[in-house]
Design a binder for this molecule. Structure first.
Ligand code: GDP
Ligand code: MG
Length: 315
């Protein structure tokens, strides 16, 4: 099979497995190198999809330059919701979903497809273009997640928004460590039981921090987009986490308070740049509006279980 045939077959398998309506792979010059439309959807044509993508050409190119390896962005367009996932340095996967569809159910597959695109473009031997099957058996996993970042960046607010779906303007920081438990459903069959550790008041005592960090499987690194110092401090949080918990902790970095547009001091580009340097995936949130909050925890859940949720071992 030629590279282009493999890419097209990969996209076709991707559409069969998910609720996505269409998908295209765009190379670093903005050229569409493969595209597929779900044959069961008649209101969409390849022309319509590629037209929509071409209109977004400049934006896609900007995303490229920012280039965190598997960074994602979602844009709402007339044809539907467009989901972009970087597929290594050479390509970007664009997925068209209906505006109402749950991106959380599509994204795990988007990452798999992106990974396979990288392999195909690097011309590695024996690439399997089929989609792995999600396990049939219901599964439940429990994880300890710590939330890290300077005081006032919105850690407690993000947790409250995620767990209680609420936001308090004058949230009083709690004393000591607060542990919240919440079950998160990932793609129907998989339950991720989070225990979310929120460190307040006592974060200045290194003994307390050690207890807090030890044995965690994932970490959410939070900074405040209106306070650049909180961004630069994430490096210290990362060092401390590595010292206590070792490597292998799944991490996601979040720039919070995006609703404060006027006061914003750190751009999306700068946030992504630091995230790349630290080796984190990156998202931006507002605990106030709820924007991207569920998606952040959903991404963490996916990072934690992706090796376990698929039956095939080739991912
Ligand atoms: P923590 O110290 O990191 O736990 O931060 P908090 O959650 O206590 O939040 C600190 C302050 O920032 C509080 O006054 C929150 O109401 C406010 N805050 C948190 N997240 C947001 C946000 O997304 N947007 C805005 N405008 N304010 C926020
Ligand atoms: Mg707090």
């Amino acid at each position: 099979m030629s590279t282009s045939e493999m890419l097209n077959e990969l996209l076709s398998n991707y559409l069969k497995t998910t609720a996505a309506k269409a998908a295209a792979i765009v190379d670093k010059d903005g050229l569409i190198i493969a595209s597929q439309v779900d044959p069961e959807i008649d209101e969409l044509s390849i022309g319509g999809v590629t037209g929509a993508i071409e209109k977004l050409y400049d934006r896609i190119k900007t995303e490229f330059k920012l280039g965190s390896r598997f960074g994602t962005t979602t844009i709402d367009q007339e044809v539907g919701k467009l989901i972009f996932v970087n597929a290594g340095p050479g390509a970007i996967l664009t997925t068209v979903a209906s505006s109402t569809s749950e991106t959380d159910c599509i994204l795990p597959y988007s990452y798999i497809v992106a990974e396979k695109i990288v392999q195909i473009l690097e011309k590695r031997k024996k690439i399997d273009v089929s989609m792995p099957k999600i396990t049939e058996e219901p599964m439940k996993f429990s994880f300890k997640v710590v939330i890290l970042g300077d005081g006032g960046v919105g850690k407690t607010s993000l947790l409250m928004r995620f767990v209680e779906k609420s936001f308090a303007e004058d949230y009083k920081s709690t004393i000591g460590t607060n542990i919240m438990r919440v079950d998160y459903k990932l793609m129907d069959k998989i339950t991720v039981a989070f225990s979310l550790w929120d460190l307040a008041g006592q974060q200045y005592f290194s003994k307390v921090r050690q207890m807090y960090l030890s044995g965690c499987q994932a970490a959410l690194f939070v900074y405040d987009v209106t306070r650049p110092d909180t961004l630069f401090n994430l490096k210290n949080w990362q060092n401390e986490l590595q010292t206590v918990a070792g490597p292998g902790v799944k991490s996601l970095m979040v720039g919070n308070k995006t609703d404060l547009i006027e006061e914003r001091k750190v751009s999306l580009e700068d946030g992504k740049k630091i995230a790349d340097e630290l080796g984190f995936s990156y998202l931006e949130t507002s605990a106030k509006t709820g924007d991207n909050v569920n998606r952040s925890f959903g991404s963490l859940a996916f990072l934690l279980v992706k090796d376990k949720m698929f039956q095939q071992s080739n991912f």
